[in-house]
Design a protein around this ligand. Structure first.
Ligand SMILES: Cc1cc2nc3c(=O)[nH]c(=O)nc-3n(C[C@H](O)[C@H](O)[C@H](O)COP(=O)(O)OP(=O)(O)OC[C@H]3O[C@@H](n4cnc5c(N)ncnc54)[C@H](O)[C@@H]3O)c2cc1C
Ligand code: FES
Length: 506
């Protein structure tokens, strides 16, 4: 299974998942979409509405990737700060970026209304308040930048409407929230209604674009011939290097705490801390769940999820005295582009008719929806004013320092080839755990399953060769370089890797 359905459970996962068969023949179509998360399904939905024949392939289940692990704030307030986006992309770039997220929310709202989707969609206000160590002038600057970005109704307030003293905050009307899986599950029904075909449990192992009509090959050796391919795998598998050198993978953590109904005012809340806390309420039948997220770290560069969940819980209990039990805790992956904007458009290697969407920057509900809007226009040959801003080929000289920092961090990960193993024998491993072992010059990823059987794979990531690390909370092998992830037996969960971890050599 190729979904990020690790060992923790998100609040959305109880929604019934539509089941589809795997691809077991060779087929042809107008457009093949790889990835059944919000980006892929929005692309497929819009293209099927426009009369294209569409095939969607996913190697897990619908919504089994990061879309099933989100907190689903729908916001046009850019979490990397308007100020920073304006510095990197200029006033016009900022205005377009805000507009793209705003139009994504409107598009979701329109689809919800037109398709009569019951997914708890609700418009509400967003509130940005200060992190513990941040100064008020940060909010003043952000308010000025918001205006430059075309937001004229943002307001400074003395505090956010939360049960603790947040200090001053900015209020942004017109944000929204929804239940992401109820929404995308409904999109699958619309896609099928409009003639589209969806195959799950179908791993794409190759996408060829040049010089002819694209061809997609699955690991079962079936093929899809298409006029265009939209690669919506969150981390692209059609571009092996270019976009991955311009973005970094982070793990972020969420707890869901039961609180009495309406004891916390509905709203989207987040602060300016780094990493920042993000908060919202999800109504349930006889109580609400307070979702609190944060505590991010670079993928594969820490393995202390319990401590991070505990810090989220004590932060929450200190501020929300109505907190009852922690009903959910989970983590997921976000991709942070060095210049703050997603990459949506033509594959950067110039392959014909291959398109990708990546770099969600923690705002992938709106980025993913916007990706569907932009990619469907590009595929249909419709001019779109956002094409240049989101071009995956773009170079942002003003983000050079950020980029250099990230790439130095990646280079530093290769020291793992020289370090000793974490264990010297598999006897040291408890059932359900994994660790790295050195065998001569090689690093081996060793996992002992619940029944005590030991499984060994090479620890060398099949993307560009970094050494993977064990993730205790999700029971996965995570690569510290560009965020590839593998299940305990070496099967790929997150790209850019496409191939599994190879068997360990004795
Ligand atoms: C904890 C957390 C909180 C978040 N909160 C927010 C928020 O509040 N607001 C917001 O806007 N965003 C948020 N995000 C980000 C957002 O959830 C994601 O950016 C978004 O869901 C990504 O959607 P996607 O369609 O790009 O990718 P995914 O949902 O990951 O879908 C990609 C799909 O591609 C499939 N796939 C991958 N490789 C292959 C292959 N080789 N063959 C076949 N299929 C393949 C996967 O199985 C997967 O189903 C959050 C993310 C996390 C983790
Ligand atoms: S993800 Fe790039 S080397 Fe592992």
């Amino acid at each position: 299974m190729h979904s990020d359905s690790g060992h923790t459970t998100s609040i959305w996962m109880s929604a019934p998942t539509p089941r589809f068969a795997s691809l077991n023949e060779d087929i042809a179509t107008d457009v093949c979409v790889v990835g059944a998360g919000i980006a892929g399904l929005t692309t497929a939905y819009l293209l099927a509405r426009a009369g294209q024949s569409v095939v969607v392939l996913d190697d897990g289940q619908v919504g089994g990737g990061e879309t099933g692990r989100t907190t689903a704030h729908l916001s046009f307030v850019i979490d990397d700060r308007f100020n920073w986006i304006e510095r990197l992309h200029g006033e016009e770039g900022l205005r377009l970026a805000v507009e793209s997220h705003r139009s994504a929310i409107s598009r979701i709202e329109r689809i919800v209304l037109e398709e009569k989707i019951a997914c708890d969609f609700q418009r509400l206000d967003g509130f940005l308040f200060l992190g513990e160590d941040d100064k008020e002038d940060l909010l003043d600057k952000e308010l000025v930048a918001a205006e430059l970005g075309g937001i004229s109704d943002a307001l400074r307030m003395e505090k956010a409407p939360l049960p603790f003293d947040t200090g001053p905050c900015l209020r942004f009307p017109g944000q929204a929230q929804f239940h992401p899986l109820k929404y995308i599950n409904a999109l699958t029904r619309c896609i099928v209604r409009d003639g589209g075909k969806i195959y799950t449990g179908t791993h794409v192992s190759e996408i060829k674009g040049k010089p002819r009509r694209p061809m997609i090959t699955t690991s079962d050796k079936h093929t899809v011939r298409a006029n265009a391919v939209a690669v919506a795998t969150n981390s692209p598998i059609s571009d092996y290097v270019i976009t991955h050198l311009k973005q970094s993978a982070y793990r972020t953590f969420v707890i869901g705490v039961r609180v009495p109904t309406k004891s916390v005012p509905a709203g989207l809340y987040w602060n300016t801390a780094q990493p920042y806390k993000y908060i919202r309420i999800q109504p349930m039948d006889d109580h609400d769940v307070l979702l609190v997220g944060g505590e991010d770290h670079k993928t594969g560069q820490a393995d202390d999820a319990d401590a991070r969940f505990a810090r989220l819980e004590s932060w929450t209990r200190a501020r929300f005295p109505m907190s009852r039990d922690v009903a959910f805790r989970w983590s997921g992956q976000v991709l942070e582009p060095a210049d703050g904007l997603a990459f949506i458009g033509r594959n950067p290697d110039g392959a014909q008719n291959i398109y990708l969407a990546t770099g969600d920057s923690g705002q992938g509900m709106t980025h993913g929806t916007f990706a569907g809007m932009l990619l469907s226009d590009l595929i249909l040959g419709i001019q779109n004013p956002f094409e240049t801003l989101y071009d995956p080929k773009r170079v942002s000289p003003r983000a050079a320092i950020e980029l250099a920092k990230e790439n130095l961090n990646v280079a530093a990960q290769f020291r793992d080839y020289l370090t000793p193993g974490e264990i010297s024998s598999s006897d040291e491993l408890a059932p359900g755990s994994g660790a790295l072992m050195r065998r001569g010059l090689k690093k081996i990823a060793v996992y002992r399953d619940e029944k005590g059987k030991v499984h060994e794979r090479s620890a060398v990531c099949t993307h560009l060769g970094c050494i993977v690390d064990w993730n205790t909370a999700e029971r996965t092998w995570d690569c510290p370089c560009h965020g590839s992830r593998f299940d305990p037996f070496g099967k790929v969960i997150n790209g850019p890797a496409i191939a599994p971890l190879p068997p360990a050599v004795a």
